[in-house]
Design a protein around this ligand. Structure first.
Ligand code: SF4
Ligand code: SF4
Ligand code: SF4
Length: 186
């Protein structure tokens, strides 16, 4: 049987990453899961389970795999929670904790989950098309002469991917996109 390590320090660490005030009040009613669009299409993604795993201190499970990165940040789970747990903000705090410990891993997970577009510097010709066209002002040209996309601003809309004349930008399908195309969860 799989043995899961528990680490009570996780709750304190999450508090230090702007976790919402009442996240420990979750009583697992499942309202968040019921409304979450990603829960409907992504294997292993369930906001209720994520909050519960946090309260149990299942640090390794939460921080080392790709599950939390599947959250789209749509916010649908926030108004339905009767205990004001704010699952989206809990997941955001978990991501911030991972990003603080291992920024490269966090970027890779965001990209893998289809939540972040990424520029190939070898192909970019610094034409500024993505800088102009991104509705969220996520790309910028860095001093080395290629575009870099700010992971905090990118909403993975895919506009830059389509518009880039050099085909320099990659974006994986999100779980919702994969499902709408009839494919498998990423
Ligand atoms: S913010 Fe994340 S967890 Fe909440 S409903 Fe949207 S996808 Fe689901
Ligand atoms: S649109 Fe493509 S080629 Fe132009 S700056 Fe952006 S990534 Fe580089
Ligand atoms: S995917 Fe959308 S939000 Fe992200 S950088 Fe490209 S245009 Fe901007």
């Amino acid at each position: 049987m799989l043995e899961l390590k528990k680490d009570a320090s996780l709750i304190e660490e999450i508090r230090q990453h702007e976790a919402p005030e009442y996240f420990t009040q979750c009583f697992r009613c499942g309202a968040c899961s019921g409304i979450c669009p990603v829960e409907k299409v992504a294997q292993d993604f369930d906001p209720r389970v994520i909050v519960h795993a946090l309260l149990l201190g299942l640090k390794e499970k939460l921080l080392a795999d790709d599950t939390i990165w599947k959250c789209s940040g749509c916010g649908s789970c926030i108004p339905v929670c009767p205990m004001d747990v704010k699952p989206m903000e809990v997941i955001k705090a978990l991501k911030a904790l991972v990003a603080e410990k291992d920024p490269e891993f966090a970027l890779e997970m965001r990209f893998k989950a289809g939540r972040l577009a990424r520029v190939n510097p070898e192909k970019c010709i610094a034409c500024l098309t993505c800088v102009r066209d991104c509705p969220f002002s996520a790309p910028a040209i860095v001093p080395d002469g290629y575009a870099v996309i700010d992971p905090e601003k990118c909403r993975a809309c895919g506009i830059c991917v389509v518009e880039c004349p050099a085909r320099a930008i990659e974006l994986n399908p999100s779980p919702e996109m994969a499902a709408s195309l009839g494919g498998q969860d990423v």
